[in-house]
Structures are given as C-alpha cells and as structure tokens.
Design a protein around this ligand. Structure first.
Ligand code: WTA
Length: 651
C-alpha cells in the first residue's frame, strides 16, 4: 500500500455523518424514547422485553412469565399464545385489506401486486391444503423454491397451522436438499417445476426427485408451476399447487400457538462438515423482528420497502417476509440477479416502484461500484429515503460510494450486524439518532448486551481486537441446533464464560462503536453467503481423483472473499492436473451449489500440517493471498512444504 492510500484510508475512517434534521423529526424512534429504553433495559430487563412484546405482537393469551433462563437455554413469554401468520395478515385486514402487501418483480420483468386481503385468502387456502394432505402442527416442511410470491404463501401457511418450515435456498443442489430433509425428517417438500437464474432454467423439481430417492420421511410434494418445463409427477406423492388451491376452502382460523412453538429451522454452515439446523421459535422472534423493522428501517405506512435477499437466507425470513408484513408494510420481492439483463436492474426496480427503503449486501454494492456509476445515473432514485447493508463488513469506500451514488448524500445508511442465529438485527445505527462512521455497524440496539472479550471472557480495552459476544439472552436468539443440544452448547457457549459466542472478531473504538473483523474460525463469506471450508473440502474429497483438500478464503475485491482449494491428488490421477482443475470446480458446484465453486484450484503433493495433523490454514491463507508468511511456524511438521507451495505460486 502506498503512503497516499494509507492517508486516505485513515481520513475515511474518521469521517462521521450525523442524522439530518428532517429525518430526525419524522423518525419512528426519537432520542428521548431511545434513552428511556436504554435505561429500562439496564434497570428492568424483563420489564423492558415485556413492553416490547406487548407493543409489537398480538397475543391471543398473554404470557405468565417473560423469561426462563437456564443458561444456555432460554424460553420467552412463557404461557403466551400467538401466531405469526395472524400477526402478518389477519390483524391488518381491518385497516389495510386493500393495501399492497407484496410487490413481486420477476426475472422476465413480470410484475404482480398482492394486497393484504389477497395474500390472506391465498394463505388460508394453502393452510387448508397442507392440513388436507396430513400436515400437523410440529411437522417439518422443506421449501425449495424460486423467489416467487408462492414461497411467501408457503411460509405463512406453515406458521398458520404450526408446521415448522425449513427453506433450502433455490440455488443449492440436490445434495443440500438431501442433507436438510434427512436432518429435519421433513414430511413434505414444497417446490416449483423450475426457476430462472440469469435467463437459464434451473430444474428444481428434478433436484427434488433425485434427492428424495434417498429420503424416507417425505410423504408429499407440492409443485408450483413457474417455468412450465416438463416434469414428472409421481402419483400419490406429487401434486400441482394450482390444482390443490383451486379446490381449497377459504375458511381457516390461525392456530393459537405457544410462544415457544418452533417456527422454523434454517440450516447454516458450521465449522465441521454438517450444516447446523438453527431453530427459532414463535413469540420472541416475532417481537424482535417487528420491533427492529420499525426502529432500524423506520418503516412507515407509505413506504415501499425492498430487501434484495432471497427467502433462502435468514435476511429473507426476517426482513423480506416476517418483519415487514408484521408491520403491515409493502415489501418488494425480486427474482433474478443484480446484473441480469444488465447492471441497471436494481435501479430500474427502484425507479419503477418508487422504492423508499432499500436493503442490500456489500458484495452487491462492490459489484455496482465496479460496473460504474453510469448505470445508476440512468434512473431516478429520488424516492429513496433510507439505505441498509447486511451480511459482511462494508468497507468504508463501498459505504461512501453507496452514500453518494445511491443515497445521493440524502439517505442515512444502516449497517446492520446480525446472524442466522440471532434471528434479528443486534447492532446497527438508528437512523434518526445515531451518528454513523463508514465501516462501523455502530452500537448495539437497546436490550442487547454485546461486548468484545479475550479468551478468558474479560472485556478488552478500546481499539484492541477480541471475540464478539452477547452477554444476556434476547428473545429472537436461536433456541438450539435442531436435534443436537450438545453441539449448540459446544458451538456457541463454550468459547468464553457465560456469553453467547458469535464466531466473529471485533474491536470497539474509543466511542464504543463496534468494528467487525469477520469470522474467527473456518467459516468464510463468499458473495454474502456463509460457507464452511470443511463442506467444500468434503465435496472435493468425494471426487475419485482427490486424496486430500484444504480450502481457504482470500480477499477478493467484489466477492469479499474468494475460495482457494489446495488439492492433493491420488497417485493415479496426478497426470491429469490440467483437465482436473475445471472438473473439480464443477464437481463442487454440483455437490453444494455454484456459490461454493472454488475460484482457484492449486495442486500440491502435501499440505502443511502441525505435528498433531491439523492443517495450518493460516499459512495457506497467506499463500492464497500472495502474502509472505508471518508469525509462528514452529508447530509446522515439514517446513519444506511451504517452500514447495510458494514455488508453485511463482510459476
Ligand atoms: C457477517 C446474515 C459485518 C458476520 C444476517 C456474521 C456482518 C455473519 C454484518 C452472519 C455486518 C453480517 N457487518 N459483518 N453488518 N452482517 N455479518 O448467518 O460475520 O448469513 O457472523 O446472517 O455475517 O451471516 P448469516
């Protein structure tokens, strides 16, 4: 890095942005109220949460007890009865029946707008379809769909009858469906004939058929017709959505479910091969996603809100569907990709739908920066009033670009830190209150006790890096890893004493602002998607030519991190290196999905290991990113390995 760049980056980090007067005046959460809430959370923790639950959720029956905390297991609003679908639909019908609930923009520029009344009707009918096919409360239903309104209908219908949905991202392969269906012992799969990705048809139903050959728990499959490709329907197992729904009754009363009734399972990458089924429950989750949508996105009745996430990720659950609908807002869904048919796609959608709140990921922002601001200039973005970012640290340059080009220096930016496990946003600016610094997610929301600690659980001084932990439970926290309490304790509650370990590194500056440093373990983020290096390694090793593999991330301008695979071939395959590189990339894409495809495959005879046989990934990371290795290599078993890998690098 040159001196000039050093100076600039220092300047950028010191820049601060105070909320505009006009925004402050109209904000949902104002300073006096914020200060009252902070004080209440500190002095009357349970009273604070009771107030939020009362205010944000319709309860059929009020709870008897706010919190039962037997570390690390929590129960919230015990004895309370509610229903997520009721809160997202029924309660809005009196005032908002004809208000648009969903705007859907399809890959081929199709558009559908669906009112609260229409969405309610469809969800009631589909709830009856599920009941008629034998789905009962507590049963698991896997949803594997493109981003179309029927995916939202399926989610809400599950929550209405108390079934537990588990969404598998439509970009994942049949192996991912297989693992998740089997782990959740799902009774049903809801899918579509196919979906589109950048103009290409994706054979979703075929993937389901292949996966189900190895799953015994699934009894029924419902198929939405989306692309009208030719598919097989297995008699007695498979049904068309449109046929079932046409015959379904409209009468369906939302079940009165316990606050702790399981709501959904969402699988996320773990450091060991198998994905973790993150389990969320009803009342606490709903309380927090509703509250944070009001506070962080400042959502109002007149807004058109667009979060670009797919429902296959937690962001799609909490801030495309449940948060905004629970608030009675208009939420936009889009199917496709930011650069198809061209880099103007997002801005065209903003202009045409007068989007006022826009929430996306840094990886998309960096890609837009690279594509050039001329794509942005073609469109009228004057409807925007607030911008959000999620999924990974947003580097200050990207923050500034977003602020200038998209926000036109008018819109506050909320950089929201959270995780699949946290259910909702935990650290974020409040747009009418918090002074922002580009690159910092700023401070925890009221009720959230986040801290940066060392290995012994002691807070570290400002500007020193450490582990980011949460010291008190919160209502939308995961309850466990589905079917594996032990792994839950091990993963989140054993690194430091009496605190939830986020897996992220962070430091706080002298103003107590949080700066996230990314994952501290072997889970990496590629284009905003969490991937476990172990999973990619297992996929590589499942190829008949591969003996051993180690996968690491290295910085990439656009994707945040890119994947480099170090591969040791079996003796018999070592003559085919030139053709194997592409073959292995394709193999991983097929096993896990295109997001996991390594950007580089490097062949090596050995991997650097410690004497106890642990692969020294830190060294591989340095090699992949072209850095000279610094730090301790004394535990390395065979020093010559590094030299060999480096020589290859220079070739
Ligand atoms: C990272 C996504 C910095 C972090 C909602 C976290 C972030 C992981 C931010 C969770 C942010 C998310 N700043 N890092 N604003 N938001 N992360 O489960 O490493 O897909 O642990 O949930 O993303 O990813 P997940």
């Amino acid at each position: 890095m040159t001196t000039q760049e050093n100076i600039t980056s220092v300047l950028v980090e010191n820049r601060i942005f105070v909320p505009h007067k006009n925004f402050i005046e109209q904000a949902n959460l104002k300073k006096e109220e914020y200060e009252r809430l902070l004080l209440k959370a500190n002095t009357d923790f349970e009273g604070f949460w009771a107030e939020l639950a009362e205010r944000n959720v319709h309860w059929f029956k009020k709870w008897d007890k706010v919190l039962e905390w037997k570390e690390p297991f929590s129960k919230w609003f015990i004895g309370g009865k509610t229903n997520v679908s009721y809160n997202c639909l029924d309660r809005h019908l009196k005032d908002k029946a004809n208000k648009t609930a969903l705007i859907w923009v399809g890959e081929n520029d199709e558009k559908r707008t669906i009112t609260y009344q229409e969405l309610f009707n469809e969800v009631c009918k589909f709830s009856n379809v599920l009941l008629n096919l034998g789905i009962k409360d507590g049963d698991r239903v896997v949803i594997y769909m493109p981003l179309i309104p029927e995916a939202v209908v399926a989610m809400l219908a599950c929550t209405r009858i108390g079934a537990v949905h588990s969404i598998v991202f439509g970009g994942f392969s049949q192996e991912a469906i297989l693992d998740r269906v089997n782990d959740a012992k799902a009774k049903m799969v809801i899918t579509a004939d196919g979906g589109y990705r950048r103009g290409q048809a994706v054979p979703l139903k075929l993937n389901v058929d292949n996966a189900l050959e190895k799953c015994s728990s699934v009894e029924k499959v419902i198929v939405v017709q989306r692309i009208k490709n030719k598919i097989d329907l297995k008699s007695g197992r498979d049904y068309w959505y449109h046929e079932l729904i046409n015959n379904a009754s409209l009468e369906n009363k939302a079940c009165e479910l316990d606050s702790e009734h399981p709501l959904f399972i969402l699988y996320t990458s773990g450091t060991t091969g198998k994905p973790k089924g993150i389990l969320h429950t009803t009342g606490g989750y709903l309380t927090w996603v509703t509250q944070t949508t009001k506070w962080v996105f400042d959502i109002k009745d007149k807004d058109t809100y667009w979060c670009t996430a797919d429902v296959g990720w937690i962001t799609g659950h909490s801030y495309v569907v449940y948060g905004p609908l629970s608030c009675g807002a208009t939420t936009l869904l889009y199917e496709g990709a930011p650069n198809h048919p061209d880099w103007g796609r997002f801005w065209k959608i903003v202009e045409e739908n007068k989007v006022s709140i826009f929430y996306t990921a840094p990886t998309a922002i960096r890609a837009f920066m690279k594509a050039g601001s001329e794509w942005v200039k073609k469109y009228d973005l004057s409807s925007l009033r607030l911008l959000g970012s999620v999924g990974e640290p947003i580097n200050p340059e990207a923050w500034m670009w977003y602020h200038k080009n998209i926000g036109q220096e008018r819109c506050p930016i909320v950089d929201t830190w959270w995780q699949t496990e946290t259910g909702g946003i935990l650290v974020s600016p409040l747009p009418g209150i918090t002074t922002t610094k580009p690159g910092s997610a700023t401070v925890p929301l009221p009720g959230i006790f986040a801290s940066v600690v060392d290995e012994n659980g002691n807070s570290v001084p400002s500007d020193q890096g450490g582990y980011m932990v949460i010291k008190k439970p919160w209502p939308s926290m995961l309850r466990t890893i589905y079917g594996n309490d032990e792994r839950y304790v091990q993963t989140y509650w054993s690194r430091t004493k009496s605190a939830y370990f986020t897996g992220d590194g962070a430091h706080k500056d002298k103003d107590d602002f949080f700066w996230m440093l990314g994952r501290v373990d072997d889970v990496i983020k590629v284009s905003g998607h969490l991937l476990s290096t172990m999973e990619v390694e297992s996929a590589l090793v499942s190829h008949s030519s591969v003996a051993e593999a180690a996968v690491v991330g290295y910085p990439d301008e656009i994707k945040g991190e890119a994947l480099c695979a170090f591969v040791v071939l079996k003796q018999s395959a070592s003559d085919h290196q030139s053709t194997l590189s592409d073959e292995l990339k394709q193999h991983v894409a097929k096993q896990i999905g295109p997001v996991a495809k390594p950007d580089q495959v490097r062949f090596t005879e050995v991997l650097p290991k410690t004497r106890s046989g642990k692969i020294m990934r830190r060294l591989l990371r340095d090699i992949a990113s072209g850095k000279q290795t610094v730090g301790d290599t004394t535990t390395l078993e065979d020093m010559s390995v590094l030299e060999k890998l480096r020589v290859q690098d220079e070739e």
